[in-house]
Design a protein around this ligand. Sequence first.
Ligand code: ATP
Ligand code: MG
Length: 198
Amino acid sequence: MTQKRRLGIMGGTFDPIHHGHLVAASEVAHFFSLDEVIFVPTGLSAHKEDRKVAAAEDRYLMAVIATASNPRFSVSRIDIDRPGPTYTVDTLRDVRDLHGPDSDYFFITGADALEKMLTWHDTGELFELAHFVGVTRPGHRLADPGLPNGRVSLMEVPALSISSTECRDRVMAGEPIWYLVPDGIVQYIGKRGLYRPV
Ligand code: ATP
Ligand code: MG
């Protein structure tokens, strides 16, 4: 009997992708013996309508650039090509449709995002579709997660206090983002003039 493939899915706005995302994916891939981690940039985010998000194509390309050197990382367009806001339940359904029942699915998410998930719709189905791995990031602790038993694991990753918000604010203020994001992302942001004051 062949072993099931173990597929990680890391959804995010990735505006921009940074080393916190990459370290989290790498750590989970190692400790959960994943064969592949698919980064899935969101389309219109259902949860970030309050601010202007960089074009999906830019966020997608940055994810491709950041993951290109890792043979176990890939990037999917499924969320940016689906019209309307992105809901994780759709992401999981579509990835499962593409990769079939012979894989086990692991959705990787920050603990902060995991807590918010309880307010999302279709949470019942969510936990049927994948095993959830919540990575703890600085400043966020799961108090009383109230999440379904056995379908969720929590994992500490090296405390990288990097966020996309901080990266954007830095670019806006003319401060460096070297080493917070991969070199290619610094260059891409500069080349496309992203996050700069208008
Ligand atoms: P923003 O500041 O705009 O909210 P972000 O840095 O949180 O951006 P997202 O694209 O919103 O980035 O995050 C995608 C996923 O990665 C989420 O599950 C989030 O919790 C997780 N994540 C973000 N930053 C880190 C980090 N430094 N370490 C571990 N996980 C992270
Ligand atoms: Mg976030």
